[in-house]
Design a protein around this ligand. Structure first.
Ligand SMILES: *Cc1c(COP(=O)(O)O)cnc(C)c1O
Length: 392
């Protein structure tokens, strides 16, 4: 099976992790701050905080922005559940804005309309989580302009997008957001096994996240309610968590970071080659906006069959033929947990149309041209066969 994604660990990565294993610190040592500094410099952002994964980064982003039980968070339905769950962790409500039919990111026109209505109804969102699906940035400038009118905060879920550019600047620079988060899960662009990073240009947010990722405990006497009892003293001044990344993970991340540009460039080469080889009037290829350099975490095609059942059949046959396709994502609000909140099918028409047509093809840096040719040939043949079967 040619998988849809595959991480790569080389000898330099292994050596980096082993050297931490042989050092004095497995966690809370020098590797985490070093990794944070390297990511902050790469992205051109003031603060980067490593955490256990992107899910905890999203949770801390929401908490540090003050999301609470009276509040609402909006996000795209075409994302991983974690982009929405962060609202629920804070006791807030979640709502969904339909996607753009070309980029599959949050639709600016749907967002503008929904905001205007929400203003009238007095239920504006406190936070919008903008998900950069497949590694292509959302239209951040437009979202930022809307935030000035309607007063919401912006979190970029850039789990797919490290190494990508928006308006020629690295995703993660936070020019148009309060916070940006990355995931280093092995399916993503670079990996620390589990791991995530939260980036911001706002010192007060960074300080809050630093506190909350380590139990809400401080050793800074300026923040304490009284003079320290002694040199051992610390105070818990907030309810935090243990969301710290280990030094083993940070060392792996630092080593992987060296190859980030190479990886993203290779992903773009693979995408370009798919675009050249997949020529069928039934298959819609990814659209990349001129303002973006996509990290191409995913290569998503849409198959335009008359009969939606054929999409399901094609997907099954691709897997039977050893092509490890996937589907990103089931509209989040169709998950039973969200249906319990009152969401039901039909809520976001574009997202559901997308879901009935989308297929993520294999894309990963070590994919060979031969493997890619096999994907293209198999896909084109299966689509052709299905079309023939139906017209007979
Ligand atoms: C993978 C992913 C997450 C969660 O990442 P973890 O590091 O596994 O917690 C969140 N949002 C999106 C869009 C993702 O793809």
């Amino acid at each position: 099976m040619i998988p849809y994604g595959r991480h790569e660990v080389n000898q330099a990565d292994i050596d980096a992790v082993v050297s931490v294993l042989q050092s004095d610190f497995l966690t809370q040592g020098p590797a985490v701050p070093k990794f944070e500094k390297a990511i902050a410099e790469y992205c051109g952002v003031s603060h980067a905080l490593a955490v256990t994964n992107a899910t905890s980064a999203l949770h801390l982003a929401c908490l540090s922005l003050g999301l609470g039980p009276e509040d609402i968070l909006w996000t795209s339905p075409v994302t991983f559940v974690a982009s929405a769950n962060c609202a629920l962790y804070c006791g807030a409500k979640v709502d969904f804005v339909d996607i753009d039919p070309n980029t599959y990111n949050i639709s600016i026109s749907a967002l503008s309309k929904k905001l205007a209505l929400a203003k009238i109804d007095g239920c504006l969102p406190k936070i919008i989580v903008a998900v950069h699906l497949s590694g292509q940035s959302c239209d951040m400038k437009s979202i930022f302009e809307l935030s000035k009118i309607y007063g919401f905060k912006i979190v970029e879920d850039a789990s797919h997008a490290i190494g990508g550019l928006y308006q020629s600047k690295p995703i993660g620079c936070c020019d148009f957001s309060d916070v940006c988060i990355f995931s280093f899960h092995p399916v993503k662009i670079i990996t620390t096994a589990e791991g995530g990073m939260l980036l911001t240009n706002q010192k007060c947010l960074a300080d809050k996240v630093a506190l909350l990722r380590s139990h809400g405990i401080t050793r800074d006497s300026d923040l304490m309610t009284k003079e320290p009892d002694g040199a051992w003293y610390y105070q818990q001044i907030d309810l935090g968590f243990n969301y710290r990344m280990t030094d083993l993970q940070a060392a792996l991340g630092l080593s992987q970071l060296e190859r980030l540009d190479q990886y993203v460039s290779r992903r773009n080469d693979i995408a370009k080659r798919y675009t050249e080889h997949i020529n069928s009037e039934l298959i819609q290829l990814p659209y990349v906006d001129a303002s973006c350099y996509s990290a191409f975490h995913l290569y998503i095609v849409r198959v335009h069959f008359q009969d939606e059942n054929l999409h399901k059949i094609l997907f099954g046959r691709l897997r039977e033929h050893g092509i490890g396709v996937n589907l990103h994502y089931i509209p989040v609000y169709l998950q039973p947990w969200f249906e319990k909140m009152g969401f039901s099918s039909g809520y976001c028409a574009e997202a559901e149309r997308y879901y009935s047509q989308a297929i993520s093809l294999p894309i990963f840096p070590s994919m060979t041209d031969l493997e890619q040719d096999e994907v293209c040939t198999t896909l084109l043949k299966l689509v052709h066969d299905l079309k023939e079967e139906r017209t007979l």
